[in-house]
Ligand binder design. Structure first.
Ligand code: FAD
Ligand code: FES
Length: 279
């Protein structure tokens, strides 16, 4: 089990992106090392005097243990983080959870679907796919408004490497709401491929509807992967805050294959679940 004790980390740099979202670069101090994280895994960041929160890596730690995360300002901990300046000392522990499956070595077309800040957990998977340079890759990126979009630098960099379809829910002069679900048929027709693997992250209702729509089109359920968010405290499978049926999302997730997730969503929490511990 990974430790509950954070390592000492420093805030190195930051820049703003979108509405109330900011990229932060961190590094571990004192020659400390993490086991190499996989795309889709997460870490716990402690902000002194405020608390500890789970965050995804948008850039995995390099050999000097520097990494980036994109943070949306939500409540007390993220607001405290936004008040810090480079040089601030924090705590960090990880990596945790199950990352995205490693792409196979064939030419399978891969579809990525993200809503809002849900693009963050897909960044390192997209980079891995583009680096492997296998089959075609498409990204459907949905955002509430043009201003709410994030990861502009990454999307610019990907322009010529993958097929990028941006879906803005509320554009000026547009009356009907448009989401990645609405855009899916047009995108697949335009892209010209049926996905052999789909990775998605965003609001759970959006991901559920998209999974069902893909399956209706004949896409195998086992090729669909989703990343979930739950309240997390320990990230080590001891506190029970992240239960999904009889599983801990912090350990069995945050990424799940659709067949497993569909089963978990149908099962009530059993009386056999481990007792809740406070942490
Ligand atoms: C595995 C994982 C990875 C994550 N990665 C990122 C990331 O890369 N970037 C990022 O900005 N956020 C990420 N989050 C969400 C982030 O952890 C929460 O936004 C953060 O904990 C909010 O803390 P806070 O004290 O600022 O807000 P709080 O005061 O705790 O909450 C403010 C509001 O946000 C809601 N909220 C808080 N946490 C969550 C959550 N996990 N899911 C849904 N609603 C929530 C609360 O209900 C409340 O309405 C991730 C969450 C998980 C579980
Ligand atoms: S956060 Fe998953 S069990 Fe504590």
């Amino acid at each position: 089990m990974t430790s509950l004790t954070p390592m000492v980390a420093e805030l190195v740099d930051y820049y703003d992106d979108g509405e109330a979202a900011r990229h932060f670069q961190f590094r571990l101090l004192d020659q400390q090392q993490w086991p190499p994280p996989e795309p889709g895994q997460f870490f716990m960041l402690s902000v002194p005097g405020a608390g500890e929160i789970p965050l995804t890596f948008t850039q995995l730690p390099d050999q000097n243990q520097h990494w980036w995360a994109l943070v949306r300002r939500m409540g007390s901990v993220t607001s405290a983080l936004f008040r810090l300046e480079p040089g601030a000392i924090l705590g960090a522990r990880g990596p945790f959870g199950r990352g995205w499956p490693r792409p196979g070595s064939d030419q399978t077309p891969v579809l990525l679907i993200a809503g809002g800040c849900g693009l963050a957990p897909l960044v390192s998977q997209a980079e891995r796919l583009l680096e492997m340079n296998l089959g075609p890759v498409a990204l459907i990126y949905g955002a509430r408004s043009p201003e709410a979009r994030v990861l502009g630098r990454e999307r610019d960099r990907w322009q010529h490497k993958l097929a990028l379809f941006e879906v803005i829910e509320q554009s000026p002069g547009q009356t009907a709401r448009r989401t990645p679900l609405d855009a899916l048929p047009d995108v697949l027709a335009h892209w010209g491929h049926e996905p052999g693997a789909t990775f998605m992250c965003g609001p759970e209702a959006m991901m559920t509807a998209l999974s069902q729509r893909l399956i209706e089109r004949g896409i195998p359920p086992s090729s669909i992967w989703l990343s979930l968010e739950r309240r997390m405290h320990c990230a080590t499978g001891t506190c029970g805050h992240c239960y999904l049926s009889h599983r801990y999302v912090c350990q069995s997730g945050p990424t799940f294959g659709w067949p497993e997730l569909e089963l978990l969503m149908q099962q009530p929490v059993t009386t056999q679940t481990p007792p809740l511990l406070s942490c």
